[in-house]
Design a protein around this ligand. Sequence first.
Ligand code: ADP
Ligand code: MG
Length: 232
Amino acid sequence: NQSKLQHFEQLSLLGELAAGIAHEIRNPITSLKGFLQLIDSTEAKSTPYTKIMLSEIERINLIVSELLFLGKPKELSIKKHNLFEIIEMVVTLTKTQAIIYNIDIKLQMETALKKEMVKCDESKLKQVFINILRNAIEAMKHEGIITINVSRKHDFIEIAIIDQGKGIPKKKLANIGKQFYTTKENGTGLGLMISNHIIEEHGGSLSLESEEGKGTTVQISLPTCSRIKAVQ
Ligand code: ADP
Ligand code: MG
């Protein structure tokens, strides 16, 4: 039950376009929101409509901010970073949220690998891990363990994020990662598409394996620094 998320191939063009549009939408939305808040606070008999409008604007803002992440490849700020430190930081951050649902996050990584450096845009890579961990938590809801397993395969670092959530039905698997495809009431359907885009920009790949009722594994493969040198 594996999905390679191949429909992302044309994404860089689409991504640039989407990020550009998102950027243009942001300013008028901010001014709309400001005036609505003003109406909401001055109207003697406050109507429920302004509240609804404000919450809908919040939703547009959420979508717009996710789209902005698509950006242009040249906007990546690539530096050498210690992968263990990046993952550890994200895990610490996400744990505070996971604990509410009785979910534990375990990181499995050989000591030797903890020194491994990768060339990456730190904030974008963190965004990918946050997106995937957030999905895992949302799929588990009640208790369980999310395991992050980091290993090395030739010139690539493989990061598997394994959850014990509800999994994805076979017939839905092909849709996962398509823009705006979500099964959640408050989802944007952008998290995985953007994550895949970011990983591809780093010369890596992202794939998904899932079994309904058992859980989902998201597999990320990132080239090591020595790999990048050899290719260039
Ligand atoms: P969103 O989280 O906003 O719905 P995503 O792109 O992050 O958007 O995910 C798209 C869809 O993929 C989700 O709505 C969900 O149906 C499915 N999905 C993603 N990750 C998981 C997971 N770990 N377990 C089960 N389903 C998942
Ligand atoms: Mg998501």
